[in-house]
Design a binder for this molecule. Sequence first.
Ligand code: AMP
Ligand code: GLY
Length: 424
Amino acid sequence: MSQKIFVIGGGGREHALCWKIARSPLVGSILCAPGNPGIAQIAQTRAVSPEDLSALLELAREFQPDLTIVGPDNPLALGIVDLFTANGFKTFGPNQKAAQFEASKVFTKEFCLRHHIPTARSEQFTDVTKALACSRDWPFPQVIKADGLALGKGVIIAQNAAEAEAAIDDMLVKKVFGAAGEKILIEEFLTGPEISAHAFVDGKTFAMMPIAQDHKRVGEGDTGLNTGGMGTFSPVPFASDADIAQIAEEVFERFMEGCRKENIDYRGILFPGLILTTDGPKVLEFNARFGDPETQSYMRRMESDLVEVCHACVDGTLAGQEIRWNTQTAICVVVASGGYPGNYQKNSPITGLDHASEMPGVVVFHAGTSLKDGAVINSGGRVLGVTALEDSLPAARQRAYAAVDQIHFSGAFCRRDIAAKGLV
Ligand code: AMP
Ligand code: GLY
């Protein structure tokens, strides 16, 4: 049977998912909302926002998908899985209750404590006086976090008392994040390499993906402002087998056990951000979706059929399924618009996409692109994810940057040190 797959989202992550789904022999057609010009080469696209759940439901009624796969976190937090499932559409992703892990840092922190999942020490506050008193007692740097979703801006690493007080004041008094900052956490600063773990989850069991590393800061050497992620690679040579076994046991197994005890039916992707400290791996956050741009690297390494695995997660039949990954190294280098993550330039034509894509081992995923008079232009902060897959990490880096060098648009930049930490 030729299946119809509906993908929600329109970034680099969703292009990578659509690219992988299009390679499945099970699949006949793909619809993606809103999609982007890269996705439009392999799927139908419709300009509907991932947050407009009723318009998405209308699209589903028209398209009659066999499976819907949700990319971004917002529709999950808004309950898209509950809504689609109630209307008879099989949907991959956590329901609204399960998606709370991403939507509330306080909820996640309390869950970790209840189930002995290793995480940074922290305290929660709604009262500004108490928060300031705690901040004065703790060493610096310390981390101040808004409880809710704050467009990736709700985490402040305060180097001194003045920065901590400003962050606490912004969140609890000035309410710059609105309701998302009504509760805050003050958290111990962890040191060590930061890695991304992902697992497919089916409500009872989990299957870990390989480890990846993202590069969150805009500047080389991990300097400058935080971004959505400037590039990834997988595998990560400094995440040892022992680290991975410890993450499986202390993070994923305890998470599943916690969900069982608390009646949380978690299905979809679980993506903890972790720091490998000298005391072992510790959880920074749980994301309820695929990472972006981790997915761009992962899809280059996944050999099993993504559609089959997603069905198994929704059906609760993941146990015993072997998920295969190639042993090569995948790298994704994000090419961004000048000015990102602040106000950025846009609307410049992009050249060299065909040349880059023709290089062996290279796939270019679109993120912030649009079409104008038939030409591809940059329209977002993160514009492209240029991926390469090679037998070794040095070869993958060389290839990815050779492809990046084919691509030009006004103001374009990337980090030149993606995966440099993996060189041994
Ligand atoms: P988040 O929005 O939770 O992903 O946090 C943004 C970034 O802040 C993370 O990717 C980390 O690099 C950093 N971060 C968050 N919490 C901590 C912590 N407790 N210790 C050190 N770095 C942290
Ligand atoms: N790349 C980090 C994230 O998707 O949250």
